[in-house]
Design a protein around this ligand. Structure first.
Ligand code: GTP
Ligand code: MG
Length: 270
């Protein structure tokens, strides 16, 4: 150990790209971090913007090549050749724009397709930025929904505002630090960062509860189900989602919704 430490560690070069729909704030997040400023006027990125910056992570100096991609579908042809050899992805959506959140899956799909069968999405650090949290009134994607999407894939999640700067430094520090860990681990994502503290069943159930149309649907029973059926369905969900046992983002709200749904249904069943 001691002998190793005397040698200066090799300086590290990494490649980072930004992804997400047009106008979600990708360029502004990068500008906020690199230039400490914010421009309210929208200047769409044309194809790709490229920049190099040096950052300090623990005792290391890291040279970061940032490729800031245009989100507009029109630029697909320009974007697609920049996906390869990437160690980190900043995946951005606007919390006031549901489509930009729903589009995250298609951004992953686009990247996966461009990397082809040799590419490996597992060994890339992804950070999801829920951006524009300064405009609270317009918010329509809440924290637990975004966090659940990110963390169930083993991605980092941060709430950010390029306008106020909230969350930006913390996000970049954690992101770069995770990339350095990945590089030190031979380019593989260290196990600790892949571990998810909740099951897929829990995540899927919370999502299902969020999008259920009524109390029957929420408990997963047919309209007109008996007390027994309602109670049985309730118990199963309660065990799965109880906040003491379930670490998934949004489990507390989902648990409460299930309790309320059961109460409402039992009131009307003789
Ligand atoms: P493309 O380059 O077209 O893909 O868009 P982009 O994702 O790079 O968006 P950009 O950073 O250019 O920002 C789009 C618009 O949103 C601009 O008008 C920004 O001023 C605004 N914006 C970006 N971040 C924030 C934020 O955190 N809060 C608010 N209120 N506005 C923001
Ligand atoms: Mg841009």
């Amino acid at each position: 150990m001691e002998a190793k430490r005397k040698e200066p560690r090799k300086s590290l070069r990494i490649k980072v790209i930004s992804m997400g729909n047009a106008e979600v704030g990708k360029s502004c997040i990068i500008k906020r971090y690199c230039e400490k400023r914010f421009v309210p006027k929208y200047l769409a990125t044309i194809g790709i913007d490229y920049g190099v910056t040096k950052v300090q992570v623990r005792d290391r100096e890291i040279k970061v090549n940032i490729f800031d991609m245009a989100g507009h579908p029109f630029f697909y042809e320009v974007r697609n050749e920049f996906y390869k050899d990437t160690q980190g992805v900043i995946l951005v959506y606007d919390v006031g724009q549901k489509e930009s959140f729903d589009a995250l899956d298609s951004w992953l799909a686009e990247m996966k397709q461009e990397l082809g069968s040799h590419g490996n999405m597992e060994n890339i650090v992804f950070v999801v930025c829920a951006n524009k949290i300064d405009s609270a009134k317009l918010r329509c994607v809440d924290e637990s929904e975004g966090r659940l999407w990110a963390e169930s894939r083993g991605f980092l999640y941060f709430e950010t505002s390029a306008q106020t700067g909230e969350g930006i430094n913390e996000m970049f520090q954690t992101f770069y630090s995770a990339i350095v860990d990945l590089c030190d681990n031979g380019g593989k994502r260290p196990m600790a960062s892949v571990n998810v503290s909740f099951t897929k069943e829990q995540a899927d159930t919370i999502r299902r509860i969020r999008s259920s149309k009524d109390s029957w649907d929420m408990l997963g029973v047919k309209p007109g189900a008996t007390r027994d059926e309602v109670n049985k369905a309730y118990r199963k969900l309660a065990v799965l989602l109880h906040p003491d046992k379930c670490m998934a983002p949004g489990s507390e709200d989902a648990f409460k919704a299930v309790v309320n749904a059961r109460t409402a249904l039992l009131k009307n069943i003789k």
